[in-house]
Design a protein around this ligand. Structure first.
Ligand SMILES: Cc1cc2nc3c(=O)[nH]c(=O)nc-3n(C[C@H](O)[C@H](O)[C@H](O)COP(=O)(O)O)c2cc1C
Length: 190
């Protein structure tokens, strides 16, 4: 089984089509997310998917300006959790880690379905929670923008460039080390 090429196919693309996505497909993305592992099998992830036009429009009004491109999307999933819904071991709030693992499985299934999938933090979370009726103390961590690939012409020049750009990553030696810590792992001083 060669999974790496599929993993490498995922990019944070922005050239989206507004073509609707079948509910069975969206259901499979949610099913994939729900296979994620979690401490004590707590399953702290909650996924609220919006496809209904009116609610989708209201949700899109919470986006920051730089996320204008996400307005094309026919479906947006809110990834939601709460630190008390999973283990908290000596200050390590595992709910967020586990929500992230669910989010990655969701993204990989989306790629498999021929979709673009792009997590965003650039939105007003309080307003988005009001739109979706999410209780105050529950954490709306990210919105996952989901769409079929579309036209680049609506994108800014910078974003058109980004669509074609190679993946940009730190050298592997700066993020991985065997048999103990190395100071090369510290992020460069800003
Ligand atoms: C938690 C999270 C939040 C992000 N928020 C935004 C965002 O608000 N707007 C945006 O255009 N991209 C956002 N991104 C996408 C990243 O910019 C992107 O993943 C990164 O530049 C690496 O590019 P790649 O995913 O194509 O490799 C976000 C990604 C993550 C994981």
């Amino acid at each position: 089984m060669s999974l790496l090429p599929a993993i490498e196919k995922r990019r944070a693309n922005r050239a989206l089509s507004n073509t609707p996505i079948d509910k069975e497909i969206l259901d499979r993305l949610i099913e994939a997310a729900h296979t994620a592992p979690s401490s004590m099998n707590n399953q702290p992830w909650r996924i609220i998917t919006t496809v209904e036009e009116g609610t989708l429009e209201e949700l899109k009004e919470t986006l920051v300006g730089g996320n204008y491109w996400a307005k094309q999307s026919p479906a947006i999933s809110a990834f939601v959790t709460h630190p008390q819904w999973s283990m908290n071991m000596g200050g390590r709030e595992l709910a967020y880690f586990e929500l992230g693992m669910a989010a990655m499985a969701y993204q990989l299934q989306a790629i498999e379905e021929g979709l673009y999938v792009h997590p965003i933090v650039g939105f007003n979370a309080n307003k988005a929670k009001t739109v979706l009726g999410i209780p105050d103390d529950v954490v709306l961590e990210i919105l996952m923008i989901v769409a079929y690939p579309g036209d680049e012409s609506g994108l800014s020049e910078k974003h058109q460039e980004a669509e074609k750009s190679a993946r940009d990553r730190k050298p592997i030696e700066e993020i991985s080390h065997y048999n103990g810590w190395s100071d090369i792992l510290f992020p460069p001083q800003k």
